[in-house]
Design a protein around this ligand. Structure first.
Ligand code: ZN
Length: 156
């Protein structure tokens, strides 16, 4: 198990566009394993490759049902709306209110480069949108309804 260093807001790597994965090499497999370990260690529900400094279209998501590894993911359809509190492992200790779709259908390739469709509601839909944004240099603070704040400090 290898924990990678999570890049934080202000690091220019988080603002770059990621390149598609064309082939699953041993390096990619190790990266994916490390991303899952790093996400679990940080108690996150998702992690995108640029957050560990790699500009490839790879995300891992785990909303409590085991890790989903998505290569080259893209959203096919969104429905509805949900507004809730969201955080990011690249902005530790901060959260903000973000409006996201309630339902998402996405397509991606798995580690065998097979195309897989996934549908998600609520937290999974939110996680898919948040992580896919990372692949295009978009951070949740860009879409938040308020400034990111420390929930332990803020009197609300
Ligand atoms: Zn994030």
């Amino acid at each position: 198990m290898a924990i990678r260093n999570i890049r934080e807001f202000g690091d220019p790597v988080l603002r770059k566009e990621c390149k598609p994965v064309k082939e699953v090499t041993d390096r990619i497999r190790v990266l994916v394993e490390d991303m899952i370990d790093t996400m679990n260690e940080a108690n996150g529900v998702g992690l995108a490759a640029p957050q560990v400094g790699i500009l490839k279209q790879i995300v891992v998501i785990d909303v409590g049902e085991g890790p989903i590894v998505m290569l080259n993911p893209r959203i096919l359809l969104t429905e509805g709306e949900q507004t809730g509190i969201e955080g990011c492992l690249s902005l530790p200790g901060k959260v903000a209110e973000v409006t996201r779709p309630m339902h998402v259908r996405a397509v991606y390739q798995n580690l065998d480069m097979q195309e897989v469709e996934i549908e998600g509601d609520e937290l999974l839909a939110r996680a898919i949108c948040h992580e896919l944004d990372h692949l295009h240099g978009v951070l949740y603070t860009d879409k938040a309804n308020c400034e990111a704040y420390d929930p332990e400090e803020e009197e609300r």
